[in-house]
Design a protein around this ligand. Structure first.
Ligand code: ARG
Length: 580
């Protein structure tokens, strides 16, 4: 099915050609001022220079060459060189029906294969507010990519190779120094069951991390354990495997709660199989040099405005670092998955790390094909002080705590507005409302920007919030539940044009969200659609409408809106409710 914007682009392309402007890139977009048109073509503005003609002249030329068509009505030229027009009502009504029954059929595979790296939780450590944004934004980008037709592989890329692993091993040793894992003489098999429970693991890291900050001696021991682990000490590796397994289960529970689902549960350590090869390759081919004992690759470029520090291949102790695993992982992803693109949905503060890694990949020419490496950064979720949200004792806010705050606010609001509901119903509704509040707030801010944690605002049933969208869906649902299954002819009433136009703009919004890797465009769209629907609802008496055609048409619009809002929420990975 050809979308209306595609059809319009083609009509204009022909008009430009027939008028003597042989161009490829002619586009039609939304008209900024409603009373002047539904759509507008602004291309004359961009061609003026090339053709040495005033945009108004070009616009008039094009207007007089518009081919015969059933869509465009009342086209006019406006200063400084726009062509504004309305969509013919009959066409709009026809298209709307065709399109809304069929919107998903407009999709086709792009043939592009990408891997999206998001989540990025660290084993043995609880998830914090920073991981929330990565999970929310990454999951939605993945769904948008798939919807448009890309093949996507989602990899959680766990932090499983750092100092935190040494800390937990130390904590286990402190409690049970007699376990075989610590006996260097031991050569037998290690137990298959972990020597700690999920609950025990949860408290180990925060405790030992706090203590090792205060105790230099302890810190050194932890470093030593981490080093020995990375060198492959048998007992430590066996214990480390238990930590990873138990930790993955915990992390998976958290991501499930957030509706974030991954195809691959790999971690930094999984790139180890490629690490030695990559390190050898870089050194042997003369791409690196020694500096203060460390092995580095210079990656700065003459055009750099700020200095870009070298890429660290090995530190002075000869150990691999976060940068090393990054490089090896890129190679792994090319070899094992043959992707065309790798996208990283990670906090803006790690941008330099990725600039370094991407430059290094290019410089050392290690990939067989030109893979697009894309950093998709996001801002932080801040507290009232404008700094990344912290707990009262200064630690990064844990996800559990954050969700707890949103949940209690949601409970309060639902209880207030639904005093007659049972406790059980209130609980269930609040769970969905709370998650929609947190996720929608997170997703509706332009990705690169910071946002402020404001539980009252997030949970409000008014404004650009998740609960407002949920509420609008249930409102549409309750109308649909009260009417009999309708039949009749669809006609588009003047008063309903705005809602109809908004409905068909979905494809433009999702395209923008796709191109800019920014789910916020879909949030804007869902919010606009919910507003249009609520205005439509306020003006119409759908249930008591006596004219059958009108009634049928309004019911259909209600149904289309409900489905479209649900589709948006699905693409944002936010659950909805049928009733609330
Ligand atoms: N584990 C990292 C962190 O918590 C994020 C990982 C992001 N992905 C990557 N390929 N480096 O900061």
């Amino acid at each position: 099915m050809e979308l209306i914007t595609e059809k319009l682009n083609n009509i204009f392309l022909k008009a430009f050609r027939d008028a003597g402007y042989d161009e490829q890139d002619i586009k039609v977009g939304e008209c900024a001022i409603e009373k002047f048109g539904d759509f507008s073509c602004q291309s004359p503005l961009f061609l003026a220079k090339k053709y040495h003609k005033a945009p108004l002249i070009i616009a008039n030329d094009v207007l007089s060459h518009l081919p015969q068509n059933e869509i465009i009505k009342d086209a006019t030229v406006a200063s400084p060189g726009y062509i504004n027009f309305f969509v013919d009502d009959k066409y709009l009504a026809k298209y709307l029906q065709e399109y809304l029954f069929d919107v998903d059929k407009a999709r086709k595979a792009t043939g592009k294969k990408m891997l999206i790296d998001y989540g990025g939780a660290n084993c043995a450590k609880p998830l914090h507010v920073g991981h929330l944004r990565s999970a929310d934004i990454g999951e939605s980008i993945k769904r948008i990519r798939k919807y448009i037709g890309d093949e996507c592989i989602a990899d959680v890329h766990l932090g499983d190779w750092g100092l935190q692993m040494g800390m937990v091993i130390y904590a286990v040793w402190e409690k049970h120094p007699d376990l075989v894992y610590f006996d260097q003489e031991y050569t037998g098999e290690y137990p298959t069951q972990p020597p700690f429970s999920m609950e025990e693991l949860k408290v180990m890291y925060p405790d030992i991390s706090k203590r090792s900050k205060e105790d230099e001696n302890l810190h050194e021991k932890v470093q030593q354990i981490t080093y020995e682990l990375q060198q492959g000490r048998r007992g430590y590796v066996a214990l480390w495997r238990h930590i990873i397994n138990v930790s993955k289960k915990l992390i998976k529970q958290d991501y499930d709660k957030l509706n974030a689902h991954f195809d691959l549960w790999l971690g930094e350590s999984d790139s180890k199989v490629y690490q030695d090869e990559v390190i050898d390759y870089v050194i042997k081919n003369g791409y690196s040099r020694k500096s203060d004992g460390a092995t580095i690759v210079d990656i700065s470029l003459p055009e750099d405005k700020a200095t870009i520090p070298p890429f660290m291949l090995l530190n002075s102790a000869g150990s691999a670092l976060y940068s090393t695993t990054e490089l090896a992982t890129i190679v792994q992803r090319e070899r094992e998955h043959n992707v065309d693109e790798i996208m990283y949905v990670v906090d803006n503060r790690q941008e330099l790390h990725f600039v370094q890694a991407f430059r290094c990949v290019k410089k050392i020419n290690i990939l067989k094909k030109d893979i697009v490496l894309q950093f998709v950064g996001f801002g932080t979720m801040n507290g009232p002080d404008g700094k990344p949200y912290k707990t009262r004792d200064g630690k990064a806010m844990g996800l559990d705590e954050l969700m707890g705050m949103v949940k209690s606010k949601a409970l309060e609001k639902v209880r207030e507005s639904r005093p007659d509901y049972s406790q059980h119903e209130i609980e269930n509704i609040s769970d969905v409302v709370a998650l929609s509040a947190l996720k929608f707030a997170d997703l509706s801010v332009l990705r690169t920007k910071d946002l402020m944690f404001d539980v009252d605002k997030f949970c409000s049933f008014e404004g650009k919030t998740g609960p407002y969208i949920l509420y609008t869906i249930t409102r549409a649902n309750s109308i649909l539940a009260k009417v009999e299954k309708p039949s009749g002819d669809f006609c588009l009433l003047d008063e309903d044009r705005k809602l109809a136009l908004c409905l068909i703009k979905f494809t433009d919004s999702i395209k923008q969200a796709y191109e800019k890797s920014a789910p916020s465009y879909l949030c804007d769209y869902a919010y606009n659609l919910a507003n249009e629907f609520n205005t439509f609802y306020g003006k119409s008496s759908i249930i008591y409408e006596t004219n059958e055609t009108k009634k049928y048409s309004k019911i259909m619009l209600t149904n289309y809106t409900k489905n479209m809002l649900k589709k948006c929420m699905e693409l944002l990975a936010i659950n909805t409710l049928e009733k609330m």
